[in-house]
Write a protein that binds this ligand. Structure first.
Ligand code: ATP
Ligand code: MG
Length: 780
């Protein structure tokens, strides 16, 4: 069985790519590199480790290396495995390689995130772990719901032993590539001594559902590689060159996966910075980077010291803060960018005022009224420690009409009402989607309580039916009584009707509207009197609007599953709001770092859970934050903050004490809530004024704050997609002229999986499935 030869991803590449190969000579991309970078790019064979501080051009060198591999004919684009951590980074890398080679580069199917590459691999080999290739990827919500069932089935009290905790335990094992049978020793004591048993039961349930969670993507691939040497060997041979960015944040499973794949050619190039390891809480092992030379003897280790991103003040501030960490390799960084603005520090009364000030400041910078050149909105970013901080900015910016985009954190498609609506859409497309059924069967309330649902589940299991079919049987056989029966009948009838409409190819936008109306879902929110309800109704409208870009519901659902972060490129200039974690690897001319207060940043939870280790990880996060800034870095803190519904007096972050005075401008008026920083900030705190203010502010009870409060619980939520139905690679090149039956002629602009973005001459930009279009010259 040679799977590799049959597959598009492994077949030959386009003529243009072939023509590029073997071309030699003045490679312009080599010219801008410094000697160390050039060495990293040109040391093509054997293991290479690039270990260097922020902004030293690691990612740039990695990208040039890919271009160089292709240009020198060392590897075809599809023989290169290149992994990064975010979709955004992967997309940028692809574009950069293209522009380095002077044209769009197609056929790099193995450049992506760990997750996206593993999804593709697992679809090919799903049967080796008992799955079908069209498996579903669960998101956190589904995962928790499933775990809850597993806990209850094991006769444990879900209140004492919450599903979220079990999810954390299982994720931890998966991050370390431990299958249930490999959990040993003291670890078996986890979760009331039943962790590994429940883990096994959960995996079994996933298999029955033909589903995986995110941790499984890597775990299953490692399992397959370990148990099937023939499969592993094919890929070991195929991937001639392996490149990894942000290597300091790989976990054990990712590390094992890479090490297995690199064994044949040993052409692995890893790039990272121990000072930017910020995912320890999610199982990242900074030790992976330190172990590299042992794993790959004879590795060439390249250090870069010149920072090209930031001015000297910014770099000095970042270097000073990170120097407080004891557990680090230590590096020297320098920059030619002398002068520039000092790091700015300002204190505020409360979070609201902080948001107001930042909003005004952004507009001032945009107009260029700060004695500086104008900074466009795209050039400015607000980087927060916790996603609940975002709400204050979102509210403020909505009020003043300042365009912004939110990246990472809780996003549109993760909102409750959107997820509910999507569950209805999922059922209309595939009635076998049990998890979607469970989500909506009693939303809105239909008098179908836990008992009725148990009856449906039992009936479905009895005859090995999906829940929808089980529900039909319950109705036909009258297994439940009361109001519920009639409601369940109505629901199954509606589901049947909607599915038939999908099959008939009915207009999907109208269908979506029908579904939301007939199901009573819209009405549920219309009757809801909580302050969030109007916003939720707005979001539902927005959802239907989003459908317009797609040709059917299925295409839309896939698209949502694939955008793991809400980072689509948009034309309008917008300020970016994102978490510090999501900002890794990025850069912006002007960066705002709000909420530098002890307990918020460094986060109390991180310190409580892992003590000194947690504090050092928080400090690395501070280092990541400051080093995102190219020209202007503004740090702020507030004297009061409403945390989980309570007003609290805040103290400036200890990281503020660590900033070097020489490189900092204090903007706060002296004597006013922290007029200064360092020791001065603490003693200068006018706490009586703050207290008076806090009491008054306590009365303040706006919906914005309520939402902020609600958001607080979702801090640290992982960005995850929903369902991925298929992930084949389209055979269309970017720029190809194509024809679509409904939309006519157009040009392929982008591809993600087998979904293409096509700019149609008449119909505008649409997301379409590759299967629905043909090359333009074959139309008609
Ligand atoms: P991080 O650690 O934050 O991921 P990095 O080491 O990956 O940073 P890059 O993002 O590759 O750094 O580069 C930082 C900036 O410096 C980019 O704008 C890049 O274009 C620029 N740069 C890198 N190397 C050079 C160079 N030799 N000459 C000019 N500019 C450079
Ligand atoms: Mg980088």
């Amino acid at each position: 069985m040679d799977l590799l030869d049959e597959d598009d991803d492994f077949e030959g590449m386009s003529l243009s790519a072939r023509a590029m190969m073997g071309a030699r000579g003045g490679e312009p991309y080599l010219e801008g590199l410094n000697p160390a970078q050039r060495a990293a790019v040109e040391a093509l064979d054997g293991p290479v480790l690039m270990l260097a501080g922020a902004g030293t051009g690691k990612t740039k060198a990695l990208t040039c290396r890919i271009a160089h591999l292709i240009r020198t004919g060392r590897a075809r684009p599809n023989e290169i495995l290149a992994v990064t951590f975010t979709n955004k980074a992967a997309r940028e890398m692809k574009q950069r390689v293209g522009s380095l080679l002077g044209g769009a580069i197609e056929g790099m199917p193995w450049l992506g995130t760990f997750h996206s590459v593993c999804v593709k691999l697992l679809r090919r080999h799903a049967e080796l772990v008992g799955l079908k290739s069209n498996f579903t990827i669960l998101d956190t919500d589904d995962q928790i719901r499933l775990l809850k069932q597993v806990i209850i089935a094991a006769n444990m009290d879900e209140k004492r032993w919450p599903a979220r905790q079990l999810a954390g335990v299982i994720d931890g094992w998966k991050n370390r590539a431990l299958t249930p049978d490999r959990v040993r020793g003291t670890e078996t004591a986890a979760f009331n001594n039943r962790g590994s048993e429940l883990y096994a039961a959960y995996q079994e349930r996933l298999r029955t559902l033909n589903a995986v969670d995110f941790g499984d993507l890597l775990l299953h691939m490692v399992t397959i590689f370990q148990a099937h040497p023939d499969v592993l060997q094919q890929y070991q041979r195929w991937f001639r060159y392996i490149l990894v960015d942000e290597y300091q944040d790989t976990n054990v499973a990712q590390y094992l996966w890479l090490r297995l794949l690199a064994q044949t050619h040993k052409n692995i190039c890893c790039v990272g910075d121990d000072d930017q390891s910020i995912y320890g809480w999610r199982g990242a092992e900074v030790g992976n980077i330190l172990r590299f030379e042992k794993d790959f003897p004879g590795a060439e280790v390249i250090r870069l010291e010149q920072n090209y991103r930031s001015t000297e003040h910014i770099l000095a501030a970042a270097s000073r803060v990170i120097a407080e960490n004891s557990d680090r390799l230590g590096k020297t960084l320098w920059t030619e960018a002398k002068g520039g603005e000092k790091v700015r520090l300002i204190g505020h009364w409360d979070g609201e005022e902080e948001a107001r000030w930042i909003g005004e400041e952004i507009e001032a910078l945009q107009r260029g009224t700060r004695g500086l050149h104008p900074f466009g909105l795209n050039d400015q970013a607000i980087l927060v420690r916790a996603s609940h901080q975002m709400r204050a900015f979102e509210d403020r910016f909505l009020t003043i009409g300042l365009p912004y985009r939110v990246i990472g954190g809780p996003r549109f498609y993760e909102r409750l009402e959107i997820r509910d609506a999507m569950a209805y859409f999922r059922l209309a497309v595939s009635p076998d989607d049990d998890l979607a059924f469970e989500r909506i069967v009693n939303t809105p309330r239909r008098g179908l309580g836990d008992k009725a649902i148990q009856v449906i589940q039992r009936r479905a299991r009895e005859s090995d039916l999906s829940l929808v079919m089980g529900a039909k049987a319950v109705v036909a056989e009258g297994l439940i009584g009361g109001k519920g029966l009639g409601q369940l009948r109505a629901l199954t009838e509606m589901l049947g009707r909607w599915h038939a409409e999908v099959l008939d190819g009915a207009d999907h936008i109208r269908l979506a509207e029908t579904i939301l109306e007939e199901s009573g879902y819209t009405e549920m929110w219309l009757n809801d009197e909580t302050p969030e309800a109007p916003g939720r109704l707005e979001n539902l409208k927005e959802l239907v609007k989003a459908l317009e870009q797609f040709e059917n519901l299925q295409g839309f659902l896939e698209h949502v599953a694939l955008i793991m972060d809400n980072d689509s490129e948009e034309a309008e200039e917008k300020v970016t709001i994102m978490t510090l974690h999501a900002a890794k690897g990025l850069e912006f001319p002007a960066v705002f770092l709000p909420g530098w207060e002890d307990g918020l940043f460094p986060s109390q939870r991180a310190m409580d859970e892992t003590g000194q280790k947690g504090l050092e990880e928080e400090r690395r996060l501070a280092y990541v934050g400051i080093t995102r800034a190219e020209e202007l870095c503004t740090i702020s803190f507030a004297g009061n903050r409403r945390v989980y519904g309570q007003w609290q007096s805040q103290l400036p972050s200890r990281f503020i004490d660590e900033l070097p005075a020489k490189h900092v401008d204090v903007l706060t008026q002296p004597g006013l809530y922290g007029g200064g920083y360092g020791a001065a900030a603490r003693t200068g705190f006018d706490s009586s004024a703050i207290e008076a203010r806090a009491t008054r502010a306590d009365v303040y009870n706006s919906p914005g704050w309520k939402r902020l409060q609600e958001r607080g619980t979702s801090a640290g939520a992982r960005p995850r997609g929903g369902q991925i139905i298929d992930a084949e690679i389209p055979a269309f090149e970017i720029g190809a002229r194509v024809f679509h039956k409904k939309f006519g002629y157009g040009e392929v602009m982008d591809a993600e999986g087998d979904t293409l973005v096509v700019e149609f001459d008449k119909a505008g930009s649409k997301h379409v499935k590759a299967g629905f279009i043909v090359p333009a010259d074959q139309a008609g």
